[in-house]
Ligand binder design. Sequence first.
Ligand code: SIN
Ligand code: FE
Length: 299
Amino acid sequence: MSSKTDACFSLPIGNWRPEVDSAIQKQAVDALESGRVVFLPNLPFPLTAEEKLYLRPDCVSPKGKSVKYSSANKKLWGLAKKETPEILDLMLERYSKSAENLITTLFPGYAPALLTGNASYRPVEADGRVQSKRHDDRLLHVDAFPSRPVRGERILRVFTNINPNGSMRNWRVGEPFADVAARFLPRIPAPFPGSAKFLKLLKITKGLRTPYDHYMLGLHDRMKLDTNYQEKVEYAAIAFPPGSSWIVFSDQVSHAAMSGQYALEQTFALPVAAMSKPETSPLKVLEGMKGMLLVPITY
Ligand code: SIN
Ligand code: FE
């Protein structure tokens, strides 16, 4: 097992719009794009007294694991029927804006192209019962969305542990993306001709699933389904304490959430062209291995 120091780049900033100089910004972007977790040990997200009343797992609809929020559409969903949305609405809106401030001040190069996606509140213990391996985030994986093709854009996520009882959120971080890809990509068959149109027609995907999305989903599934891989591959264990936050390219970093309850999360999309080193992106790595464009203009 490698150490936490390799997997993490620690920054002792204490607010969501930190004043950092360009040397720190460069270190942070280098760490993030090279597949490390940017760990902010002193960045809590304080809750109001009213918000604290929602520190209970039964506020989530029995079908789901989290309450979702879109700042762009001012929409909240995934809440249990008996709950009123107003308080969590405000909490997630505030978290969305805080996470946006954090990313745009720490990574100013991303700011013009950054797209704010959904936020989520995760009050359910991560070490819980799951139906299938594909849905089990306790298994090492890279993130890929089955129904929302990203077309090569990066998945950037901010997390905060808001556990009130001192419990850690425990992650594992696995091998570098290039190693994951070298191991699994050769085993993934090319998409079936016409399958992207078919999936869109059946409304399984929102838009066309590009070859890039096909291969990323293939990596996600094959990693999780390979029991031998899960048992043998090296990983670093990271315990994120309450009051800490972390930033990660979850499409690149092999990760597993082993345990932990009460976290906030904000997802961003980032076009590869906005990166400081685009060649480190999963898109460029996979295209290099395949020797072809994986988001062709016909998509
Ligand atoms: C995941 O993206 O696999 C889950 C992360 C978490 O909830 O801590
Ligand atoms: Fe994940």
